[in-house]
Design a binder for this molecule. Structure first.
Ligand SMILES: Cc1cc2nc3c(=O)[nH]c(=O)nc-3n(C[C@H](O)[C@H](O)[C@H](O)COP(=O)(O)OP(=O)(O)OC[C@H]3O[C@@H](n4cnc5c(N)ncnc54)[C@H](O)[C@@H]3O)c2cc1C
Length: 545
């Protein structure tokens, strides 16, 4: 939505396409907040924000992109405020900011613990105000590529059925993450990596796909997120011995160390038998009822509804869950991909500002700042280039492929493949990675892809055919899993979210201070390349918290 608004304001003719109603996008679930060095809670600067982000990324983030994010963030947040975002306030009436993991200053602007919900409503209002054309409940399935340019998308019309081709001089993918690759995830059902997979299918490169972030506090048993804002407000993490175990892993930052560090600490406690039914405990009780009710009301509600626990009186059982994809469609700092006319922004893109580990609060900021930038660039390109013409063969090819799938009456239903994928990814490509497990997972995914070739869609109807779209989403997930494993096996070191405790426990800057790039070659195989990290002024150092 931020990209569409910017492109429209630049004078372009814009349409927005979404497989769900835009305000139901996963962004609306973001709780904790959005990072910008406003300096309202203590002294702060974009430079410090950038340093924290570089360090948080385990030095894999591109420093030019990080500098842009941190420099533009304050003005971008003020713009959201002017558009009507109701941020929480300091007593003097400024935008309030809370401490978040691995940040040198309280930098996370928030609206209680419903920040994403507030921002998404504000953006949708701005979309409405401009009377932008919105194709709601259109499922984008394929990119139209002709003449070495991206010229639109082919989408399934969920409400009425049928494939529709939407021609466009430029396309911006903003399709979000792929947490649904994992059995335990904070991500919504819609987060199936569609945009990444669509780009991959047409030969566009994906970057750092092995970097899947595990969030340390996801609620047992559902995987619903318990915001880092809890720890920002002072909550403790305890093991079965009532011990604040982070003293042994991150003695300075404790509960506010970065996410990869805490997830590994938790998993180690659980694996070594100091967990509580496969969890550790997040204790808010000492914060007191008043603070919990004022600052974290949504968290209390989630814990009560989904775990039957009132955090005013009891600690919340939590464990690491798949949360955020640092990797994604390889773009430059204007959101451009290697394919002319195709852009990507938000979680589906890899600019890369998060490198091997994202800091909480930086993802919402990325969607805004790089959404804006890609909207601007895409509009400029569209306004200065010739019209498009989608060849009819592209449409008929898509129709034929879809018909093949829908005509099949015998075979396996998608859900069993999907469950197996999610469960095995969790075990074999989770918080800790081991060579034999990753390779086994590669074989498992290859087997699942074969089975997917014979998948059957039971529902043959036109209206709201979820059976069909879930089958298509499964195809996307399988493509991505393959690329993640190829990249993961090749990265023979431990960096950020990619932790190999047995064979390569250390970071190896000499050999691996570089991005993995995967793309599909002519004969349908995943090819791996490497690209140097863009460094400006921060030399890699040992990362401790
Ligand atoms: C529970 C949770 C809490 C979080 N909290 C925070 C936080 O406090 N701070 C922070 O910075 N980050 C947070 N994050 C991360 C952050 O919210 C996300 O990375 C970010 O919101 C993703 O935004 P997006 O616009 O890229 O994607 P999304 O918000 O997921 O939107 C994707 C859009 O693409 C559409 N789409 C997808 N596929 C298709 C298709 N095939 N056809 C048509 N449309 C399609 C969807 O309909 C949707 O509208 C959180 C994430 C989660 C899961």
């Amino acid at each position: 939505m931020r990209a569409a608004i910017e492109a429209f304001d630049e004078g372009a003719d814009v349409a927005l396409l979404s497989k769900i109603h835009p305000v139901r996008s996963h962004s609306g679930a973001a709780e904790g907040g959005i990072n910008a060095a406003l300096g309202n809670a203590s002294e702060d600067s974009p430079e410090e924000h950038a340093y924290d982000t570089v360090k948080g990324s385990d030095y894999l983030g591109d420093q030019d992109a990080i500098t842009i994010l941190c420099d533009e963030a304050p003005a971008d947040v003020h713009q959201l405020e002017r558009w009507g975002a109701v941020f929480s306030r300091t007593p003097e009436g400024k935008i309030a900011q809370r401490p978040f993991g691995a940040a040198g200053a309280p930098r996370t602007a928030y609206a209680a613990d419903i920040t994403g919900h507030v921002l998404i409503q504000v953006l949708y209002e701005q979309v409405m105000r401009r009377d932008l054309r919105v194709y709601e409940e259109y499922f984008a399935w394929q990119l139209v590529v002709d003449d070495d340019r991206c010229q639109g998308v082919i989408a399934w019309d969920l409400l009425n059925g049928g494939l529709k081709t939407i021609g466009a001089k430029t396309v911006i993918l903003a399709t979000g993450g792929a947490g649904r690759l994992y059995a335990g995830t904070t991500n919504a059902y819609a987060c199936t990596g569609d945009g990444m997979a669509m780009a991959f299918q047409v030969g566009v490169a994906l970057e750092d796909m092995e970097m899947m972030q595990f969030h340390p506090t996801t609620l047992a048993p559902t995987g619903v997120l318990i915001t880092e804002g809890c720890r920002g407000e002072g909550a403790y993490l305890l093991n079965s011995e009532n011990d604040r175990f982070l003293e042994r892993y991150a003695p300075n930052a404790m509960e506010l160390a970065s996410r990869d560090v805490i997830s590994r600490a938790e998993q180690t406690e659980i694996d070594e038998g100091r967990g509580v039914d496969g969890n550790v405990l997040l204790d808010l009780r000492h914060l007191g009822a008043e603070k919990i009710l004022e600052r974290l009301p949504g968290t209390r509600e989630l814990a009560m509804v989904f775990a039957g626990i009132d955090p005013i009186h009891e600690p919340i059982p939590v464990r690491p869950g798949a949360h955020y994809h640092m990797g994604g469609v390889d773009t430059d700092v204007w959101g451009r991909t290697s394919l002319e006319g195709l852009y990507a922004a938000g979680e589906c893109a890899c600019v890369s500002v998060h490198g091997a580990n994202r800091l909480g609060g930086n993802a919402l900021m990325e969607t805004i700042t790089f959404g804006k930038r890609s909207g601007k660039h895409a509009a400029e390109w569209a306004l200065t280039n010739t019209t498009i013409e989608v060849p009819s063969s592209v449409e008929s090819d898509a129709e034929r492929r879809l018909k093949e799938l829908l005509d099949r009456t015998e075979g396996e239903r998608p859900w069993s493949i999907r469950n197996e994928l999610a469960e095995t990814m969790h075990v074999n490509f989770g918080v800790f990675r081991r060579e034999d497990q990753m390779k086994r997972q590669g074989d498992i995914v290859a087997g699942l892809r074969e089975r997917y070739e014979r998948v059957v869609v039971d529902d043959k109807g036109e209206i709201f055919n979820n059976d069909l779209t879930q089958a298509l989403e499964l195809g996307f997930l399988l493509d991505l899993a393959d690329g993640m494993i190829v990249a993961g096996v090749a990265r023979k070191e431990s960096r950020g979210a990619h932790a190999r405790p047995d064979d390569y426990p250390e970071r190896d800057d000499e050999q691996f201070l570089k991005h993995t790039i995967v793309r599909l070659d002519e004969d349908g195989r995943t090819r791996l390349e490497w690209r140097p990290v863009t460094m400006t002024k921060w030399e890699p150092k040992e990362r401790t918290y």
